[in-house]
Design a protein around this ligand. Structure first.
Ligand code: DQA
Length: 147
């Protein structure tokens, strides 16, 4: 069975109350429940995690090696700043999907730069919480075809 790590970065623990006009009213717990349900329907095991700390996210990416088949990463603001997260993804060599609730390309200029995108197999952004199951399907189909 395919096993995915869905990793969420800073401030995503506040989903539901944080700028709902941008990020929607769905909480991170709702999103996790959605991903677990989608995993049961599609025969995929899901581990779901969140941290506000860059080093903890690096540790979680390292721990995924040998445990999970791929990573879905919503790195939040670290997307636009973190060479450490980018290097962690390169180091573990696990296929990774970069994910964002909002369309980062339709927002402020500083959000148009991603340190993650060029080491990811693909990027999904702009579809709100629905992006999570979309990313699961995209990564699962990548894993089936690359095996
Ligand atoms: C985000 C987009 C980032 O620019 C922002 O810093 C976030 C959330 C998103 O899911 O839309 O924290 O990753």
């Amino acid at each position: 069975m395919i096993s995915l790590l869905i990793l969420n970065g800073p401030n995503l623990n506040l989903l539901g109350t944080r700028q709902p006009e941008i990020y929607g009213a769905t909480t991170l717990a709702d999103i996790e429940a959605m991903c677990q349900a989608h995993g049961r329907e599609t025969n995929v095991t899901v581990s779901f995690d969140q941290s506000n700390h860059e080093g903890a996210l690096v540790d979680a990416i390292h721990a995924a090696r040998g445990t999970h088949d791929g990573i879905i990463l919503n790195a939040g603001a670290y997307t636009h700043t973190s060479v450490a997260l980018r290097d962690a993804i390169s180091a573990v060599e696990l296929p990774t999907v970069e994910l964002h609730l909002s369309n980062i390309h339709a927002r402020e200029e500083f959000r148009h730069t991603s340190y993650i995108a060029s080491v990811a197999i693909g990027v999904i952004c702009g579809f709100g919480a629905a992006g999570y199951p979309l990313a699961m399907d995209a990564l699962t189909s990548y894993l089936h075809t690359s095996k």
